[in-house]
Design a protein around this ligand. Structure first.
Ligand SMILES: [Fe+2]
Length: 183
């Protein structure tokens, strides 16, 4: 499972702190276990059940990760002391913000993917924090997962969480009919 996971999300190897890297990997494996998934399911699951798309969960997750890293690199380069960004915390949070979708989404009766009963009751920002706690991840990472989506608008976010939140919507909004102007 671990090897398969690292093959699908090689970015996990870019977290420099070994404890944080291991905790992040553990969190993915816990999510797979609880959601009854193999890491390879991430390449088949659509990234959202809310719109029709071919983009997989893994592709979206990796895209959000790279947007976050490049954004933070620019901030650290051009705004050095004004808004310092902790790259490792950002990397773990960016990879894990949607980890609990592995629990929230399951196979539908028609063979596609749909929200599970559990996912309808407890959305992935909440179940994701639960997984991060079980994996022993720091509160800064739990925070990113907790506030990355719409419900997080109710709370102040750390700079790392602001980046993840916006990156998440940068790749989501263009798929939502009433949020995008195409012609
Ligand atoms: Fe999300």
């Amino acid at each position: 499972m671990r090897e398969e996971l690292l093959k699908i999300i090689p970015e996990l190897n870019q977290i420099s702190d070994p404890e944080l890297r291991e905790g992040t990997i553990k969190c993915f494996l816990l999510a797979c276990e609880e959601g009854g998934k193999r890491p390879r399911d991430m390449t088949e699951m659509a990234f959202t059940a809310l719109v029709e798309t071919e983009v997989s969960f893994a592709d979206k997750l990796r895209c959000v990760y790279h947007i976050c890293v490049r954004t933070a690199e620019a901030m650290n380069e051009y705004m050095t002391d004004a808004i310092p960004v902790n790259m490792d915390i950002l990397k773990a949070g960016a990879l894990l913000c949607d980890v609990a979708k592995l629990i929230e989404v399951g196979r539908s009766a028609e063979g596609g993917w749909a929200k599970t009963r559990r996912g309808k009751l407890v959305r992935h920002p909440f179940s994701g924090v639960g997984l991060a706690m079980q994996a022993g991840l720091p509160e800064e990472v739990q925070h990113i997962i907790a506030v990355h989506a719409g419900e997080g608008d109710l709370f102040p976010r750390t700079p790392e969480a602001i980046i993840v939140h916006h990156a998440d919507f940068v790749v989501f909004d263009p798929f939502v009919k009433d949020r995008v102007l195409r012609d």
